[in-house]
Design a protein around this ligand. Structure first.
Ligand SMILES: Cc1ncc(COP(=O)(O)O)c(C=O)c1O
Length: 443
């Protein structure tokens, strides 16, 4: 197959696959497929080259098809293709956990592996419940999250999520979830970096949850340090600090969902390094393996692990939870190779150094008619466009037109998300912005 020469697929070949988060009817009429990736570029089925403005789906931070990762995965599959992770494991799982804890914020000392961000969130929910139960506080079963949050699509994560579209039509969600307000505020419009206003005041929404349910009944507060999928909502100054303070005062676990913000996206390994607040539990996925293998992980503080493990006698399984593919050898090999690239190429620092240029370039689009707001932090930015007829109509049109013009990005409703691979060059950022300018101008 020579991908760059084009591959044609006829309609019948597209019928069996039900695509996720996709308008299947129109997709199958006019499919947008990728057939090849290399660095910051992807190729579609017609052989056209596109810039990847979203690192795949916030996954491919080191660029596509890195030979170091491909070779590590191939070698692993030849040596040992699978091992159960219940009562068994393999050396690479420990190697990856050690590499990961070396870059995780200090209080996080243990890592549990799963296969996606959604699984990491539901794992964290169960860990929080188990931790409190082991301390004799099994009554703590209320969870707090936010409007416009995205915590994946399993039932726990769907319940925590605050995106209307993702909740509509699913009535059987987990009870006992309190949603705080999202941090977006009209006063912050076109704020680059952390907005200055109302941080502690918005965080005090957690006090409302405490007043409603009692602080000693709340298990955990789940927060994306920067709300990613909803369009890059950067926390105002003082917001995360105040949440941390209220959690500590009330014995509530703070869970930071770093599925998007982890591995350099904010200009440091994790948001703790840039935004300055550490969770008791951290969820991760996506760039953990550079997207080359499905993998998620949950990092926990030593005390949480010890409490759960010590509450059980020897020879008894302590956490009755895990997946057939937890710590899959190929995913571990990909994770190790990925973390080595991040370290060798100093990519987290590169992201920090490039951030100003990237954000300035994106904010240069703010005077275009269709643009109603822009936000950004590190190497992540969101552009809101004016809604027309119904939410998402213009956003969907924009992502299609951008694709056809040579730029892949993600849209959520009428927000466009830009998060290029951390290996992107300044000229490639300029090229991305040129395409964005052209397509935003004709919306
Ligand atoms: C913050 C956050 N949590 C969880 C998820 C779910 O991850 P996955 O799609 O790997 O299940 C996502 C996906 O975008 C996310 O952004």
């Amino acid at each position: 197959m020579n991908a760059t020469q084009g591959i044609e697929m006829v309609r019948e070949e597209l019928e069996s696959h039900w695509l996720p988060f996709t308008d299947n009817k129109s997709f199958k009429d006019d499919p947008r497929l990728f057939v090849k990736g290399d660095g910051v570029y992807l190729w579609n089925q017609h052989g056209d080259r596109l810039l990847d403005g979203c690192s795949g789906l916030f996954t491919s931070a080191a660029g596509h098809c890195r030979p170091e990762i491909t070779e590590a995965v191939a070698k692993q599959l030849q040596e040992l293709d699978y091992t159960p992770s219940f009562l068994r494991s393999h050396p690479r799982s420990f190697e990856l956990a050690n590499k990961l804890t070396a870059i995780l914020p200090e209080p996080i000392t243990k890592v549990f592996f799963c296969n996606s961000g959604s699984e990491s969130v539901d794992t964290a929910i169960k860990m929080a419940l188990q931790y409190h139960a082991c301390r004799g506080e099994g009554h703590r079963n209320i969870f707090v999250s936010r409007h416009r949050a995205y915590h994946g699509v399993n039932i726990g994560g769907t319940s925590l999520s605050g995106l209307i579209k993702n909740r509509q039509g699913f009535n059987g969600t987990m009870p006992g979830v309190f949603h705080m307000r999202a941090t977006w505020d009209p006063d912050q419009i076109f704020s680059k970096g952390q907005p200055l206003n109302r941080g502690p005041e918005l965080a005090d929404d957690l006090l409302t949850a405490i007043q409603t349910y009692g602080g000693n009944n709340i298990a955990a507060c789940f927060i994306e340090p920067i709300a990613g999928s909803t369009g890059c909502l950067v926390p105002p100054v003082g917001y995360l600090e105040r949440l941390r303070e209220i959690c500590d005062e009330n014995g509530i676990l703070l869970v930071l969902d770093e599925v998007i913000t982890g591995f350099g996206r904010t200009g440091g390994a994790f948001s703790a390094d840039t935004l300055g607040v550490t969770g008791d539990i951290m969820t991760m996925a996506k760039a953990l393996t550079n997207g080359a293998q499905p993998m998620g992980a949950v990092g926990v503080k030593e005390e949480i692990y010890q409490t759960i493990v010590e509450a059980h006698p020897r020879d008894v399984v302590e956490l009755a939870h895990g997946y057939t593919y937890s710590a899959h050898p190929a995913a571990c090999a990909a994770g190790i190779a990925t973390l080595e690239i991040y370290e060798k190429e100093n990519l987290f620092q590169r992201a920090a150094d490039l951030s100003e240029y990237f954000l300035d370039a994106i904010f240069s689009l703010q005077n275009l008619g269709a643009v109603t707001d822009i936000r950004g932090y590190g190497m992540l930015a969101g552009i809101d466009i004016a809604t027309e007829d119904f939410p998402g109509k213009k956003g969907n049109l924009l992502q299609k037109r951008l694709f056809d013009a040579g730029l892949h990005i993600k849209t959520t409703g009428d927000a466009a998300l830009i998060s290029p691979p951390l290996v992107v060059e300044k000229e490639q950022i300029d090229d991305m912005c040129e395409i964005l300018k052209q397509e935003l101008s004709r919306l």
